[in-house]
Design a protein around this ligand. Structure first.
Ligand SMILES: *Cc1c(COP(=O)(O)O)cnc(C)c1O
Length: 375
């Protein structure tokens, strides 16, 4: 740990900042082991659209020029793809930047931001960095609980963050439940719908919430290029927001917060729906197969609608998630440990390539002393 002591003779940060446990990203390299399969950060095994890679490479010729600070062409491409008003779109260096900007802009010191018990960790970090008070609200069956969220609202609540589907549980709320949550919130509380995995969901009762944003002054929806678009390395996300919220974000964001290569790649990626269809189709095949195979091995899996699964190691198996992780890491297979999410008995596995999925199943079969099975 770094030295976090403070004293009268040195600059002191805002008090809540030292409560932040630094974010530990998914493992991708062990000193002595070659990474064979990185399934720890929910990236797509297909990688980005070749058109996005070509657009990125083209920008190498013009790196001396500042990017378009308004991200105009990218916002136009997103607006066309989803039938939105481009003036209500703001782009960020990853949706993480947008979540942080929302916290900075809408929380005064002492204001509360709500999120669910096993919700995405960035909500807590962004809240504390802004001087706010993070409030984790109990879930039911590893799923957001609208009644519990509404019961947790106080006079100090300013933001409710909801990942739908949620990472790391993979569970989701039907749109009716999201609507009920919104209807129960005071008009001055901002509802942030984080739809990072929306493209993977195959449920008739799911909706990312665009219509809720269009019809209300207190709802925003965030999206990312890091997951189905395969551009996590470029840092690109966007938010659809009511006019006044978009205006606030445009005041607080850096004037050139999106790099030129990210703009170019994002424009090409959002237009290449053939590529995202392919990535979603891969998940449609492998999400149920991986889920079923792991359960055959005796490992309960939380039903997921996204491109990852939460795999449980029940106490009665006598094998812990930490032991399983060590076994996998020794073979160059990286899943995500879940201690930071309050789920020490589980690992999160991103749906990978056919080869990667089989490698995990084989390694876990060996770990559990079971016969090999086909993923
Ligand atoms: C991965 C993820 C994001 C995306 O973050 P970026 O900063 O856009 O890479 C946002 N929300 C959730 C819940 C995620 O899992």
């Amino acid at each position: 740990m770094t030295d976090t002591s403070t004293g009268p003779n040195q600059p002191a940060p805002r008090e809540t900042i030292l409560q932040i446990a630094p974010y530990i990203p998914g493992k991708s390299a062990a000193a002595d082991i070659a990474t064979r399969h990185k399934l720890s950060s929910n990236e797509t095994p297909l990688g980005p659209s070749p058109k996005a890679v070509a657009a990125y490479a083209e920008v190498a010729k013009r790196l001396a020029d500042y990017p378009d600070g308004s991200a105009g062409e990218l916002r136009a491409a997103i607006a066309e793809r989803f039938g939105l008003n481009p003036d209500h779109i703001v782009c960020g260096a990853g949706s993480d930047e947008i979540l942080s900007l929302l916290a900075q802009a809408y929380l005064n010191p002492g204001d509360e931001a709500l999120f669910t018990e096993h919700g995405f960790l960035v909500y807590r970090l962004a809240t504390l960095a802004a001087g706010g008070v993070p409030v984790a609200v109990p879930e039911r069956d590893l799923t957001a609980d609208v009644d519990a969220l509404l019961a947790a609202v106080t006079g100090r609540t300013q933001i409710v963050f909801l990942a739908n589907p949620n990472n790391p549980t993979g569970t989701y709320l039907p749109f009716e439940e999201v609507r009920r949550l919104h209807a129960g919130l005071p008009a001055d509380v901002l509802l942030v719908l984080d739809a990072a995995y929306a493209e993977y969901v195959r449920r008739n009762d799911y909706d990312s919430g665009l219509s809720l944003v269009a019809d209300n002054a207190n709802v925003v929806m965030t999206r990312t290029f890091s997951k189905i678009h395969g551009l996590a390395g470029l840092r690109l996300g966007w938010v659809y927001a009511p006019g006044p919220v978009a205006d606030v974000l445009n005041r607080v964001r850096g004037p050139f917060n999106i790099t030129a290569p990210a703009l170019a790649a994002g424009i090409a990626a959002v237009k290449d729906t053939t590529w995202t269809d392919k990535a979603a189709a891969h998940n449609d095949v492998w999400l149920p197969r991986v889920t079923g195979t792991l359960e055959t091995l005796g490992l309960p899996v939380t039903p997921s609608v996204a491109n990852f699964v939460l795999v449980h190691f029940p106490e009665d198996t006598g094998r812990t998630a930490a032991d399983a992780d060590a076994h996998l890491v020794a073979q160059g297979i990286f899943l995500r440990r879940m201690e930071a999410y309050g789920l020490p008995g589980a690992l999160r596995m991103t749906i990978g390539s056919a080869e990667a999925n089989q490698a995990v199943v084989d390694a876990l079969a060996t770990f559990l002393g079971r016969e090999p099975v086909e993923a």
